[in-house]
Design a protein around this ligand. Structure first.
Ligand SMILES: NC(=O)c1ccc[n+]([C@@H]2O[C@H](COP(=O)([O-])OP(=O)(O)OC[C@H]3O[C@@H](n4cnc5c(N)ncnc54)[C@H](O)[C@@H]3O)[C@@H](O)[C@H]2O)c1
Length: 389
Protein backbone atom coordinates (compact mmCIF):
# COMPACT_ATOMS: atom_id res chain seq x y z
CA UNK A 1 0.00 0.00 0.00
CA UNK A 2 1.17 3.52 -0.81
CA UNK A 3 2.25 5.06 2.51
CA UNK A 4 0.72 8.40 1.52
CA UNK A 5 -2.75 7.02 0.83
CA UNK A 6 -5.21 7.40 3.72
CA UNK A 7 -6.09 4.09 5.32
CA UNK A 8 -9.82 3.43 5.16
CA UNK A 9 -11.28 2.06 8.37
CA UNK A 10 -14.69 0.69 9.22
CA UNK A 11 -16.07 0.30 12.74
CA UNK A 12 -18.27 -2.63 13.78
CA UNK A 13 -20.18 -2.13 17.05
CA UNK A 14 -20.75 1.42 18.26
CA UNK A 15 -20.84 0.99 22.03
CA UNK A 16 -18.59 2.35 24.77
CA UNK A 17 -15.30 1.14 23.29
CA UNK A 18 -16.02 2.51 19.81
CA UNK A 19 -17.16 5.86 21.20
CA UNK A 20 -13.81 6.19 22.97
CA UNK A 21 -11.98 5.32 19.77
CA UNK A 22 -13.91 7.38 17.21
CA UNK A 23 -12.42 10.78 18.22
CA UNK A 24 -9.00 9.42 17.18
CA UNK A 25 -10.25 9.17 13.60
CA UNK A 26 -11.46 12.76 13.41
CA UNK A 27 -9.20 14.90 11.20
CA UNK A 28 -6.55 12.19 11.27
CA UNK A 29 -3.87 12.78 8.63
CA UNK A 30 -3.54 9.07 7.87
CA UNK A 31 -6.90 7.48 8.63
CA UNK A 32 -10.30 7.93 7.04
CA UNK A 33 -13.44 6.62 8.69
CA UNK A 34 -15.22 5.04 5.71
CA UNK A 35 -18.04 3.03 7.20
CA UNK A 36 -19.81 2.01 10.41
CA UNK A 37 -22.14 -0.82 11.35
CA UNK A 38 -24.31 -1.70 14.34
CA UNK A 39 -27.47 -3.74 14.71
CA UNK A 40 -29.11 -0.91 16.65
CA UNK A 41 -30.54 1.49 14.04
CA UNK A 42 -30.83 4.49 16.41
CA UNK A 43 -27.20 4.16 17.47
CA UNK A 44 -26.14 3.75 13.85
CA UNK A 45 -28.07 6.85 12.74
CA UNK A 46 -26.72 9.03 15.54
CA UNK A 47 -23.08 8.01 14.94
CA UNK A 48 -23.55 8.47 11.18
CA UNK A 49 -24.87 12.01 11.83
CA UNK A 50 -21.90 12.74 14.06
CA UNK A 51 -19.18 11.34 11.79
CA UNK A 52 -20.55 11.45 8.24
CA UNK A 53 -19.48 7.81 7.76
CA UNK A 54 -21.46 5.45 5.50
CA UNK A 55 -23.82 3.48 7.74
CA UNK A 56 -25.18 -0.03 7.31
CA UNK A 57 -26.72 -2.69 9.51
CA UNK A 58 -25.14 -5.28 7.22
CA UNK A 59 -21.65 -6.15 8.40
CA UNK A 60 -20.92 -8.33 5.34
CA UNK A 61 -21.80 -5.50 2.94
CA UNK A 62 -19.50 -3.19 4.89
CA UNK A 63 -16.67 -5.75 4.68
CA UNK A 64 -17.05 -5.97 0.90
CA UNK A 65 -16.46 -2.23 0.38
CA UNK A 66 -13.21 -1.41 -1.49
CA UNK A 67 -12.58 1.76 0.57
CA UNK A 68 -12.23 -0.31 3.76
CA UNK A 69 -8.67 -1.49 4.46
CA UNK A 70 -8.99 -2.10 8.21
CA UNK A 71 -11.95 -3.07 10.39
CA UNK A 72 -12.10 -2.13 14.06
CA UNK A 73 -14.24 -4.74 15.78
CA UNK A 74 -15.81 -3.46 18.99
CA UNK A 75 -18.82 -5.73 19.12
CA UNK A 76 -19.52 -7.77 22.30
CA UNK A 77 -16.72 -10.22 23.13
CA UNK A 78 -18.80 -13.29 22.24
CA UNK A 79 -19.02 -12.02 18.62
CA UNK A 80 -15.33 -11.27 18.13
CA UNK A 81 -14.41 -14.67 16.68
CA UNK A 82 -17.21 -14.62 14.09
CA UNK A 83 -16.57 -11.03 13.11
CA UNK A 84 -12.78 -11.36 12.90
CA UNK A 85 -13.09 -14.46 10.72
CA UNK A 86 -15.52 -12.63 8.41
CA UNK A 87 -13.20 -9.62 8.15
CA UNK A 88 -10.19 -11.84 7.46
CA UNK A 89 -12.11 -13.74 4.77
CA UNK A 90 -12.86 -10.37 3.15
CA UNK A 91 -9.11 -9.59 3.18
CA UNK A 92 -9.32 -6.71 5.69
CA UNK A 93 -6.79 -6.04 8.43
CA UNK A 94 -8.37 -6.14 11.89
CA UNK A 95 -8.13 -4.31 15.18
CA UNK A 96 -10.25 -6.28 17.64
CA UNK A 97 -11.14 -5.19 21.17
CA UNK A 98 -9.96 -7.01 24.26
CA UNK A 99 -10.51 -9.59 25.56
CA UNK A 100 -9.76 -11.14 22.22
CA UNK A 101 -12.43 -13.82 22.71
CA UNK A 102 -14.17 -15.77 25.45
CA UNK A 103 -11.90 -18.84 25.08
CA UNK A 104 -8.40 -19.60 23.84
CA UNK A 105 -9.82 -21.94 21.20
CA UNK A 106 -11.95 -19.14 19.74
CA UNK A 107 -8.86 -16.89 19.77
CA UNK A 108 -6.81 -19.57 17.98
CA UNK A 109 -9.45 -19.77 15.23
CA UNK A 110 -9.13 -16.00 14.80
CA UNK A 111 -5.34 -16.21 14.55
CA UNK A 112 -5.52 -19.03 12.02
CA UNK A 113 -8.05 -17.09 9.92
CA UNK A 114 -5.79 -14.01 9.97
CA UNK A 115 -2.72 -16.05 9.04
CA UNK A 116 -4.56 -17.84 6.24
CA UNK A 117 -5.79 -14.53 4.82
CA UNK A 118 -2.40 -12.80 5.25
CA UNK A 119 -3.92 -9.87 7.13
CA UNK A 120 -2.62 -8.10 10.25
CA UNK A 121 -4.58 -8.71 13.43
CA UNK A 122 -4.09 -6.35 16.39
CA UNK A 123 -5.78 -6.89 19.74
CA UNK A 124 -6.40 -3.35 20.92
CA UNK A 125 -5.55 -3.70 24.60
CA UNK A 126 -5.70 0.04 24.98
CA UNK A 127 -4.11 0.25 28.46
CA UNK A 128 -0.66 -0.97 27.44
CA UNK A 129 -0.80 1.68 24.70
CA UNK A 130 -1.06 4.38 27.42
CA UNK A 131 1.93 6.65 26.95
CA UNK A 132 2.99 6.23 30.59
CA UNK A 133 3.15 2.45 30.19
CA UNK A 134 5.02 2.74 26.89
CA UNK A 135 7.56 5.08 28.50
CA UNK A 136 8.02 2.70 31.43
CA UNK A 137 8.70 -0.08 28.93
CA UNK A 138 11.27 2.09 27.10
CA UNK A 139 13.09 2.88 30.37
CA UNK A 140 13.11 -0.80 31.38
CA UNK A 141 14.30 -1.85 27.91
CA UNK A 142 17.17 0.68 28.08
CA UNK A 143 18.54 -1.50 30.89
CA UNK A 144 20.00 1.16 33.21
CA UNK A 145 17.60 0.19 36.01
CA UNK A 146 18.48 -3.50 35.79
CA UNK A 147 15.86 -6.21 35.49
CA UNK A 148 12.25 -5.67 36.53
CA UNK A 149 11.68 -7.92 39.55
CA UNK A 150 8.26 -6.95 40.93
CA UNK A 151 5.32 -5.42 39.07
CA UNK A 152 2.09 -4.34 40.72
CA UNK A 153 -1.15 -3.35 39.07
CA UNK A 154 -3.85 -2.33 41.56
CA UNK A 155 -7.13 -0.97 40.25
CA UNK A 156 -10.31 -0.18 42.21
CA UNK A 157 -13.31 1.10 40.21
CA UNK A 158 -17.11 0.81 40.07
CA UNK A 159 -16.95 -1.42 36.96
CA UNK A 160 -19.40 -4.03 38.20
CA UNK A 161 -22.25 -1.54 38.73
CA UNK A 162 -22.02 0.16 35.35
CA UNK A 163 -24.93 -0.85 33.09
CA UNK A 164 -24.23 -4.32 31.65
CA UNK A 165 -25.70 -7.23 29.75
CA UNK A 166 -25.67 -10.52 31.74
CA UNK A 167 -22.85 -11.98 29.59
CA UNK A 168 -20.58 -9.10 30.60
CA UNK A 169 -20.66 -10.27 34.21
CA UNK A 170 -20.17 -13.99 33.51
CA UNK A 171 -16.59 -15.34 33.23
CA UNK A 172 -17.81 -18.36 31.27
CA UNK A 173 -18.82 -15.89 28.54
CA UNK A 174 -15.68 -13.75 28.61
CA UNK A 175 -17.14 -11.43 31.25
CA UNK A 176 -16.50 -10.36 34.84
CA UNK A 177 -13.51 -8.30 35.81
CA UNK A 178 -11.05 -11.18 35.32
CA UNK A 179 -11.66 -11.22 31.54
CA UNK A 180 -12.70 -7.63 30.95
CA UNK A 181 -10.21 -5.81 33.21
CA UNK A 182 -7.69 -8.52 34.07
CA UNK A 183 -7.05 -8.69 30.30
CA UNK A 184 -5.73 -5.11 30.53
CA UNK A 185 -3.69 -5.77 33.67
CA UNK A 186 -2.05 -8.93 32.31
CA UNK A 187 -1.28 -7.10 29.07
CA UNK A 188 0.39 -4.21 30.93
CA UNK A 189 2.27 -6.58 33.27
CA UNK A 190 3.49 -8.74 30.38
CA UNK A 191 4.64 -5.72 28.40
CA UNK A 192 6.61 -4.35 31.36
CA UNK A 193 8.01 -7.75 32.40
CA UNK A 194 8.99 -8.98 28.94
CA UNK A 195 5.99 -11.13 28.14
CA UNK A 196 7.02 -14.61 29.30
CA UNK A 197 4.86 -15.57 32.27
CA UNK A 198 5.34 -19.04 33.70
CA UNK A 199 2.40 -19.63 36.02
CA UNK A 200 -0.51 -18.04 37.83
CA UNK A 201 -2.41 -18.43 41.10
CA UNK A 202 -5.66 -16.51 41.52
CA UNK A 203 -8.58 -15.87 43.83
CA UNK A 204 -11.77 -14.40 42.35
CA UNK A 205 -14.54 -12.79 44.36
CA UNK A 206 -18.30 -12.27 44.05
CA UNK A 207 -19.07 -9.79 46.81
CA UNK A 208 -22.67 -8.78 46.04
CA UNK A 209 -25.39 -11.43 45.88
CA UNK A 210 -27.70 -8.95 44.12
CA UNK A 211 -25.29 -8.75 41.17
CA UNK A 212 -23.90 -12.24 40.58
CA UNK A 213 -20.53 -11.70 38.94
CA UNK A 214 -16.81 -12.03 39.24
CA UNK A 215 -16.30 -8.50 40.51
CA UNK A 216 -12.84 -8.65 42.07
CA UNK A 217 -9.63 -10.62 41.85
CA UNK A 218 -6.24 -11.03 43.38
CA UNK A 219 -3.76 -12.70 41.03
CA UNK A 220 -0.14 -13.70 41.58
CA UNK A 221 1.96 -14.17 38.45
CA UNK A 222 5.46 -15.59 38.05
CA UNK A 223 7.68 -14.84 35.06
CA UNK A 224 10.07 -17.37 33.56
CA UNK A 225 13.03 -15.19 34.63
CA UNK A 226 11.97 -15.22 38.31
CA UNK A 227 10.21 -11.83 38.35
CA UNK A 228 6.79 -11.68 40.00
CA UNK A 229 3.68 -9.59 39.53
CA UNK A 230 0.40 -8.99 41.31
CA UNK A 231 -2.81 -7.92 39.63
CA UNK A 232 -5.47 -6.76 42.06
CA UNK A 233 -8.81 -5.49 40.81
CA UNK A 234 -11.90 -4.52 42.78
CA UNK A 235 -14.88 -3.35 40.74
CA UNK A 236 -17.29 -2.81 43.64
CA UNK A 237 -17.03 0.97 43.72
CA UNK A 238 -16.36 1.72 47.38
CA UNK A 239 -12.67 2.74 47.50
CA UNK A 240 -11.41 3.80 44.06
CA UNK A 241 -7.76 3.99 43.05
CA UNK A 242 -8.14 7.40 41.42
CA UNK A 243 -7.93 8.73 45.02
CA UNK A 244 -4.41 7.26 45.22
CA UNK A 245 -3.55 8.49 41.73
CA UNK A 246 -3.61 12.24 42.27
CA UNK A 247 -7.41 12.38 41.70
CA UNK A 248 -7.00 11.35 38.05
CA UNK A 249 -9.31 8.69 36.61
CA UNK A 250 -9.02 5.87 34.12
CA UNK A 251 -9.17 8.14 31.09
CA UNK A 252 -7.05 11.05 32.33
CA UNK A 253 -9.88 13.29 33.54
CA UNK A 254 -10.22 14.62 37.10
CA UNK A 255 -12.09 12.14 39.30
CA UNK A 256 -13.16 14.20 42.34
CA UNK A 257 -13.62 12.23 45.53
CA UNK A 258 -17.26 13.37 45.91
CA UNK A 259 -18.18 11.63 42.63
CA UNK A 260 -16.52 8.30 43.47
CA UNK A 261 -18.84 5.28 43.52
CA UNK A 262 -21.54 7.02 41.44
CA UNK A 263 -22.26 3.87 39.42
CA UNK A 264 -22.78 1.88 42.61
CA UNK A 265 -25.22 4.45 43.99
CA UNK A 266 -27.10 4.61 40.67
CA UNK A 267 -27.31 0.80 40.62
CA UNK A 268 -28.72 0.70 44.16
CA UNK A 269 -31.29 3.36 43.23
CA UNK A 270 -32.76 1.45 40.29
CA UNK A 271 -35.04 -1.55 40.48
CA UNK A 272 -33.55 -4.15 38.13
CA UNK A 273 -34.64 -4.91 34.57
CA UNK A 274 -32.75 -4.60 31.29
CA UNK A 275 -29.82 -2.21 31.33
CA UNK A 276 -29.60 -1.86 27.54
CA UNK A 277 -30.98 1.69 27.43
CA UNK A 278 -28.64 2.83 30.21
CA UNK A 279 -25.71 1.20 28.38
CA UNK A 280 -26.45 3.21 25.26
CA UNK A 281 -26.67 6.46 27.23
CA UNK A 282 -23.36 5.68 28.93
CA UNK A 283 -21.72 4.74 25.60
CA UNK A 284 -22.82 8.01 24.00
CA UNK A 285 -21.14 9.93 26.86
CA UNK A 286 -17.73 8.32 26.27
CA UNK A 287 -16.43 10.73 23.60
CA UNK A 288 -15.05 13.37 25.96
CA UNK A 289 -12.31 15.31 24.19
CA UNK A 290 -8.66 15.55 25.11
CA UNK A 291 -7.92 14.66 28.76
CA UNK A 292 -5.80 17.06 30.83
CA UNK A 293 -3.69 14.21 32.27
CA UNK A 294 -2.45 10.78 31.35
CA UNK A 295 -5.00 8.02 31.81
CA UNK A 296 -4.48 6.29 35.18
CA UNK A 297 -5.43 2.64 35.06
CA UNK A 298 -4.98 2.49 38.84
CA UNK A 299 -1.58 2.18 40.41
CA UNK A 300 1.14 0.58 38.28
CA UNK A 301 4.39 0.21 40.19
CA UNK A 302 7.49 -1.47 38.79
CA UNK A 303 10.48 -2.36 40.95
CA UNK A 304 13.69 -2.92 39.02
CA UNK A 305 17.01 -3.87 40.55
CA UNK A 306 18.21 -0.25 40.67
CA UNK A 307 14.98 1.69 41.08
CA UNK A 308 11.21 1.95 41.04
CA UNK A 309 8.89 3.51 38.48
CA UNK A 310 5.35 4.77 38.77
CA UNK A 311 3.05 7.15 36.99
CA UNK A 312 2.89 10.87 37.84
CA UNK A 313 -0.09 13.03 36.76
CA UNK A 314 2.02 14.44 33.91
CA UNK A 315 4.72 11.85 33.33
CA UNK A 316 6.58 9.32 35.45
CA UNK A 317 8.30 9.29 38.81
CA UNK A 318 11.60 7.43 38.92
CA UNK A 319 12.94 6.51 42.38
CA UNK A 320 16.62 5.58 42.60
CA UNK A 321 19.58 6.11 44.92
CA UNK A 322 19.51 9.72 43.63
CA UNK A 323 16.01 10.22 45.10
CA UNK A 324 12.81 10.96 43.18
CA UNK A 325 13.03 12.32 39.65
CA UNK A 326 10.11 13.58 37.61
CA UNK A 327 10.12 12.59 33.93
CA UNK A 328 7.51 14.88 32.33
CA UNK A 329 5.73 14.36 29.02
CA UNK A 330 2.38 15.71 27.78
CA UNK A 331 -0.76 13.58 27.58
CA UNK A 332 -1.78 12.21 24.21
CA UNK A 333 -4.93 13.21 22.33
CA UNK A 334 -6.46 9.75 22.64
CA UNK A 335 -4.98 6.41 23.61
CA UNK A 336 -6.36 4.85 20.43
CA UNK A 337 -3.97 7.04 18.41
CA UNK A 338 -1.23 4.62 19.45
CA UNK A 339 -3.31 1.59 18.48
CA UNK A 340 -3.92 3.10 15.04
CA UNK A 341 -0.23 3.99 14.74
CA UNK A 342 0.75 0.36 15.43
CA UNK A 343 -1.56 -0.84 12.65
CA UNK A 344 -0.38 1.86 10.21
CA UNK A 345 3.23 0.88 10.96
CA UNK A 346 2.46 -2.81 10.36
CA UNK A 347 0.83 -2.00 7.01
CA UNK A 348 3.54 0.44 5.89
CA UNK A 349 6.45 -1.79 6.85
CA UNK A 350 4.71 -5.11 6.21
CA UNK A 351 5.82 -6.41 9.60
CA UNK A 352 3.88 -8.12 12.39
CA UNK A 353 2.68 -5.74 15.09
CA UNK A 354 3.58 -6.31 18.77
CA UNK A 355 -0.05 -6.59 19.95
CA UNK A 356 -0.89 -9.28 17.40
CA UNK A 357 -3.17 -12.28 17.79
CA UNK A 358 -0.54 -14.38 19.58
CA UNK A 359 0.06 -11.54 22.07
CA UNK A 360 -3.69 -11.24 22.67
CA UNK A 361 -3.98 -15.01 23.09
CA UNK A 362 -1.20 -14.97 25.70
CA UNK A 363 -3.17 -12.37 27.69
CA UNK A 364 -6.36 -14.37 27.32
CA UNK A 365 -4.55 -17.48 28.50
CA UNK A 366 -3.85 -15.71 31.81
CA UNK A 367 -7.55 -14.82 32.19
CA UNK A 368 -8.61 -18.43 31.58
CA UNK A 369 -5.87 -19.85 33.80
CA UNK A 370 -6.86 -17.46 36.61
CA UNK A 371 -10.41 -18.75 36.44
CA UNK A 372 -9.19 -22.37 36.56
CA UNK A 373 -6.83 -21.56 39.41
CA UNK A 374 -9.58 -19.93 41.47
CA UNK A 375 -11.95 -22.85 40.86
CA UNK A 376 -9.38 -25.55 41.61
CA UNK A 377 -7.35 -23.75 44.26
CA UNK A 378 -4.16 -24.65 42.39
CA UNK A 379 -1.39 -22.91 40.50
CA UNK A 380 -1.76 -23.10 36.72
CA UNK A 381 1.08 -23.39 34.20
CA UNK A 382 1.02 -21.09 31.18
CA UNK A 383 2.02 -22.47 27.78
CA UNK A 384 0.96 -19.84 25.23
CA UNK A 385 3.18 -16.95 26.33
CA UNK A 386 5.18 -14.93 23.80
CA UNK A 387 7.98 -12.42 24.42
CA UNK A 388 7.87 -8.67 23.74
CA UNK A 389 9.31 -8.28 20.27
N1 LIG B 1 -10.23 -1.07 25.32
C1 LIG B 1 -11.10 -0.61 26.19
O1 LIG B 1 -10.76 0.23 27.02
C2 LIG B 1 -12.51 -1.12 26.17
C3 LIG B 1 -13.53 -0.42 26.81
C4 LIG B 1 -14.82 -0.93 26.77
C5 LIG B 1 -15.07 -2.13 26.12
N2 LIG B 1 -14.06 -2.80 25.53
C6 LIG B 1 -14.33 -4.05 24.80
O2 LIG B 1 -15.03 -3.72 23.61
C7 LIG B 1 -16.01 -4.72 23.32
C8 LIG B 1 -17.37 -4.04 23.28
O3 LIG B 1 -17.65 -3.53 24.56
P1 LIG B 1 -18.59 -2.26 24.77
O4 LIG B 1 -18.54 -1.96 26.22
O5 LIG B 1 -18.30 -1.20 23.79
O6 LIG B 1 -19.97 -2.96 24.43
P2 LIG B 1 -21.36 -2.32 24.15
O7 LIG B 1 -22.35 -3.35 24.50
O8 LIG B 1 -21.42 -0.96 24.76
O9 LIG B 1 -21.35 -2.10 22.56
C9 LIG B 1 -21.42 -3.13 21.64
C10 LIG B 1 -22.12 -2.58 20.39
O10 LIG B 1 -22.12 -3.62 19.42
C11 LIG B 1 -23.40 -3.65 18.80
N3 LIG B 1 -23.63 -4.98 18.23
C12 LIG B 1 -24.09 -6.09 18.84
N4 LIG B 1 -24.16 -7.11 17.97
C13 LIG B 1 -23.73 -6.63 16.78
C14 LIG B 1 -23.58 -7.19 15.47
N5 LIG B 1 -23.88 -8.47 15.25
N6 LIG B 1 -23.12 -6.40 14.48
C15 LIG B 1 -22.81 -5.09 14.70
N7 LIG B 1 -22.96 -4.50 15.92
C16 LIG B 1 -23.40 -5.27 16.93
C17 LIG B 1 -24.37 -3.29 19.91
O11 LIG B 1 -25.61 -2.82 19.39
C18 LIG B 1 -23.58 -2.20 20.63
O12 LIG B 1 -23.83 -0.92 20.11
C19 LIG B 1 -15.89 -5.78 24.40
O13 LIG B 1 -15.09 -6.82 23.92
C20 LIG B 1 -15.18 -5.04 25.54
O14 LIG B 1 -14.40 -5.90 26.35
C21 LIG B 1 -12.80 -2.31 25.52
Amino acid sequence: MNAKRPIGIAVAGLGSAARMMLPSLQDHPRWKLSAITDIDRDTLASVADMTGARASVDLDAMLAAPDVDVVYIATPTLLHATHVRAAAAAGKHVIVEKPMAETASAALAMIEAAERAGIFLIVGHSRSFDIAIRRMREIIAAGTLGRPRMIQSTVYTDWIYRPRRPDELDPDQGGGVIFRQGAHQFDVIRLLGGGMLKNVRASLFDMDASRAAVGAHSVFLSFEDGAAATAVYNGYGCFMTSELCFGVGERGFEDPVEGLGAARRAYLARSGGSEDGLKRVRAAGQARGIPPHHPFFGLTLVSCEAGDLRQAPDGLFLYTARGREHIPFPPERNVYDAVLAEMAQAIDSDTRPLHDGRWGLANLEVCEASLRSARSGTEQALVRQVPVR
